[in-house]
Design a binder for this molecule. Sequence first.
Ligand code: AKG
Ligand code: FE2
Length: 339
Amino acid sequence: MAAVRVQSLAGSGVTSIPAEFVRPLHERPSAIGNDGPSDHRLPLIDLANLDVSGHLCEKTVSEIGSAAQQWGLFQIVNHGISEELIQRLQGVGKEFFEIPQEEKEKYANNAAAGVLEGYGTKLAHNIDGKLEWIDYFFHILWPPSKRDFKTWPNHPPTYREVNDEYGRAILGVVNKLLSALSISLGVQECALKEAVGGEDLEMEMKINYYPPCPQPELALGVEPHTDMSVLTLLVSNEVPGLQVHNNGRWVTVDYVPNAITVHIGDQLEVLSNGKYKSVLHRSLVSKDKVRMSWPIFCAPPVDKVIGPMKELINEDNPPLYNAKSYAEFKHRKINKLKQ
Ligand SMILES: O=C(O)CCC(=O)C(=O)O
Ligand SMILES: [Fe+2]
């Protein structure tokens, strides 16, 4: 049976949301502790001076390191990716979601069978069977040898070239961030990149499409989670919705034009032996606007064994995490098994 798409449901003009989308009281956006004042500004880091003639600027490195420790999430500006390229990326993603439903269904994935690439809608596999107000598109972006163009949108025709260009540009930013995060840990500049597979590092593109929701106060776009990745780099359209959990409350991430939001993922928490925090985050939906976001998940190849970096372990700092292959980590996380 074909999945019911949230975009179709929203487009059918419903004025109340089906029961599966109604979150329990404590999860709702307005629950106590969920709507605390955003008095804390999330770190916004200017990368303009990060790399001056091959030397990483100490001040910027320390800003990145502190943000990774205290928040596990930060926004970066002057990252070197043009506004024009980000707009083109968003343009082709938006165009895909605007094609007729039956055209989109030609790309349907089969998440239940483990085929994640393609067009999808989350199936309920959380304990209370709740659904999320979101459809998505997902495909491997990097390395080029792992791309399967059959799973990429053919429409619009420029989808491939724009994503290729954006992927290459993002990889440059990822490399710089991994260098800065290594230095801030006190290990060699190339240490993290090597630990996550070097040139075999993989990047996955997800396009999140959150249709307008008649009862946004009862629903969630994406429920609270941490990303399994090393790093996630995300751009969104102008509609806010992403929230991060910090000091016992949810803090909304402001929309900053042309900024990229960087999440520390589970693999970096493990590699840093807990110094960097994999950030708990979720997203809310809007009553009358479509929200879209484009996270890129940077991950090790599945056979890469990830554990706390040896340089960080000594008598006073025992390893806090077990080493295991990324495939094993994913299996445990998806099946909610102990790591
Ligand atoms: O849409 C967002 O801002 C966040 C989405 C997210 O957390 C995810 O897709 O993993
Ligand atoms: Fe996420």
